[in-house]
Design a protein around this ligand. Sequence first.
Ligand code: NAD
Length: 256
Amino acid sequence: MLARKTALVTGSTSGIGLGIAKALARQGADIVLNGFGDVEAAKAEVQALGVKVAYHGADMSKPAEIEDLMAFAASTFGRVDVLVNNAGIQHVAKVENFPVERWDAIIAINLSSAFHTTRLALPAMRQANWGRIINIASVHGLVGSAEKSAYVAAKHGIVGLTKVTALETATTGVTCNAICPGWVLTPLVQKQVDARAAALGVSNEEATRLLLGEKEPSMQFTTPDELGELAVFLCGPASGNVRGVAWNMDGGWAAQ
Ligand code: NAD
């Protein structure tokens, strides 16, 4: 379905981003990976699916590096057809104790980076009259949780950016939508499980059960593969008039 198309997935060396990159690669898209950590392992996993893979190590908190990433993606594969804004970080603390530097980093990586990639990707998408922009928000783009001020603010912000981008492209073949996962067991969430286990003196298993039980009625994690399949749907022909939605896949979290 996505043969001869290029997908750029930010923060795709791990977790949800890597799951989405693999799902799009299975549909034939060439992939531009981005993110830190074990780059070679991520590249190998995507390459094994038989598509072309490039990597750019832009720090998504830095607009100049994002400009470089977008120029690299365009010059490597011609154009970015599918843009998945996924890079994100978390920090947990009460508002009055929230480190200012963490606030700035979360807003830059989880929100402003999507503004920069979107503004830079749109001209070529408009020219081709086809494009898909998928913002990985969170159930925290729809509801709040204590001690996550920067994250919740950034995720509500990216849902807003999604709506405006969708409105501005509404009469074109470019769509913009957000995906709002509940808990997904990635390194980002494992850190929160570890912190809970340490704070309560309980096992990893018990901390996981408590974490799910607090928010997610299904008592199950959503998986990167499931989110990848939703991204595939949003790239497909049946979704051409799905515009500006914030689609939760959250085990019932936001239904409460
Ligand atoms: P993760 O930690 O597994 O992956 C984050 C990715 O972002 C990694 O590839 C990392 O290298 C990259 N990254 C971090 N800082 C970066 C920077 N400055 N520049 C470039 N890349 C950077 O986390 P994840 O859980 O897969 O999260 C991916 C996205 O999904 C995030 O936006 C997160 O907010 C969102 N999300 C996660 C969950 C969850 O439960 N895990 C739920 C809802 C939303």
